[in-house]
Design a protein around this ligand. Structure first.
Ligand SMILES: Cc1ncc(COP(=O)(O)O)c(C=O)c1O
Length: 445
């Protein structure tokens, strides 16, 4: 397996450079060997050029949609001050789940009009922060809506109150891992059509600004076909709401979830154009059929905006052979990337130095943690790799840092931003002091 066959999994700026110390991988003009020497491993890297290319691709397709479109970055895929700031500078909206992500948005000074709040079981603190800070709240259920009615009634006159959208449950999921399906009939997310009808009545009775409908069928899918019947269901609902209440949605969001390639077998990269065009065409045809005004189209990608921009860098701490396997034991694993253990996600990898070396055979890349499930990459053709070499795992920008833990006392890795040949630390590595920062000792006896 040559590096060229894996290249499209890596950030768009990846190159093999030789600055006098032999050929090695560079991203954003920065040599990975030098970054690892300076900042240690495990190390997460985000390539600005790849993020910009992903935003451009979404924007380009949305520009062709007649009623206009907006991109909302699903912050759950990974959020920090720099990413929030950068998305805001691009005019990308930010989907925040709960008071924690809202805090990041606030400190990053994200424009309120572009903050959208999700959550299936929002706490009072979540809702209060959302009312203070967000332009839009996506309402999951009637209990939440009743609390919003109370918050609106208690708000001082003249204080801006967010627009509300309803999260509709289409009763149909996309084809993906069961843990990532959300649109199926029995899902905990969203409301069915008859509940949505009650929610509209409640909003209108209390003068709340209800402006949109939302649905999300699941995450990391490659076939947009199930979105067609979901659009039909939601537009049937919209037509019946128009007939009953004279209300139509000015905004419609089919959520996010478009897949990415994690392994060379997933290539070519799923085309964002195919997905967004499919949704836009379904919406245009469905609105025309029902005589509905065309809503603004909002897409809510997480991983397809950030996964490819991210690379995780590890150092091989030991190599061993067992009965049938060649193990490369790395200094990171399930504490910074739980996804292979949680969803069985197949990742790829490449040595950083001289990545064009011929393969020696399959390797299992495992982490240092106390579980046999701590395997990052399984059965991957790899060259002969020595202890202390660096390994780069591509497609690491989504849901890795966001789902990372301190298992076995692991310190969460540093995160670097790579742009125009320079690196910036956007999240420092945790320290031992961070590990016990919340702990208190027992009282003396
Ligand atoms: C409501 C909602 N929107 C968007 C997303 C983003 O999904 P993805 O990162 O797969 O694009 C999710 C993921 O769970 C979600 O629940």
């Amino acid at each position: 397996m040559s590096f060229q066959e894996r290249r499209a999994l890596f950030p768009v700026s990846v190159e093999i450079v030789d600055r006098g110390n032999g050929p090695g991988l560079a991203i954003g003009g920065c040599e990975l060997t030098a970054l690892a020497a300076e900042y240690g491993t495990p190390l997460y890297l985000y390539d600005q050029a790849t993020l910009a290319a992903a935003v451009d691709t979404y924007r380009h397709v949305l520009d062709a949609y007649p009623a206009g479109g907006e991109i909302t970055y699903a912050g759950k895929a990974g959020l920090n001050l720099a990413l929030a700031q950068w998305m805001d500078r691009q005019g990308v909206w930010l989907d925040c789940t709960g008071v924690g992500e809202l805090h990041v948005a606030q400190v990053a000074s994200v424009d309120r009009s572009r903050v959208l709040v999700h959550g299936v079981a929002k706490t009072d603190a979540d809702l209060q922060a959302a009312v203070r800070q967000a332009g839009t709240i996506v309402v999951d259920n009637l209990d939440e809506l009743r609390r919003l009615v109370d918050l609106a009634a208690a708000a001082p006159p003249g204080q801006p109150f967010p627009d509300l959208w309803l999260r509709v449950l289409p009763g149909l999921a996309v084809d993906t891992h069961a843990f990532r399906q959300t649109g199926q009939e029995d899902s905990k997310f969203g409301m069915d059509a008859s509940t949505a009808r009650q929610a509209v009545a409640l909003c209108l009775r209390h003068g709340l600004s209800l402006t949109g409908l939302h649905f999300h069928q699941g995450s990391h899918f490659h076939d947009p076909t199930p979105i067609g019947p979901a659009v039909e269901m939601v537009l049937d609902l919209a037509a019946s709401l128009r007939d009953e209440f004279g209300w139509t949605p000015a905004h419609l969001s089919p959520g996010g979830g478009w897949g990415v390639a994690y392994h060379e077998d997933d290539l070519p990269q799923p085309a964002v154009e195919e997905y967004v065009t499919f949704v836009a065409e379904a919406l245009i045809a469905g609105c025309e059929k029902r005589g509905l005004p065309l809503p603004v189209l909002h897409v809510e990608p997480g991983r397809s905006l950030v996964a490819r921009a991210g690379v995780a860098l590890y150092r091989v701490r030991a190599a061993k052979r067992t009965l049938s396997r060649r193990w490369l034991l790395l200094d990171g694993g399930m504490a910074d990337n739980i996804r292979p253990a949680l969803y069985g996600t197949r990742y790829s990898a490449s040595p950083v130095a001289n990545p064009q070396r011929p393969d020696e055979g399959p390797a299992w890349l495992a982490g240092p943690y106390c579980e046999s499930g701590d395997i990052l990459v399984e059965n991957l053709p790899m060259p002969a790799v020595e202890t202390d070499e660096l390994i780069a795992v591509p497609a690491s920008g989504a849901y890795q840092i966001a789902m990372s833990s301190n298992y076995n006392g692991a310190l969460k890795p540093a995160v670097l931003w790579l742009e125009a040949g320079r690196e910036h630390v956007i999240q420092r590595r945790q320290t031992l002091a961070d590990l016990i920062a919340r702990d208190e000792v027992l009282p003396t006896e």
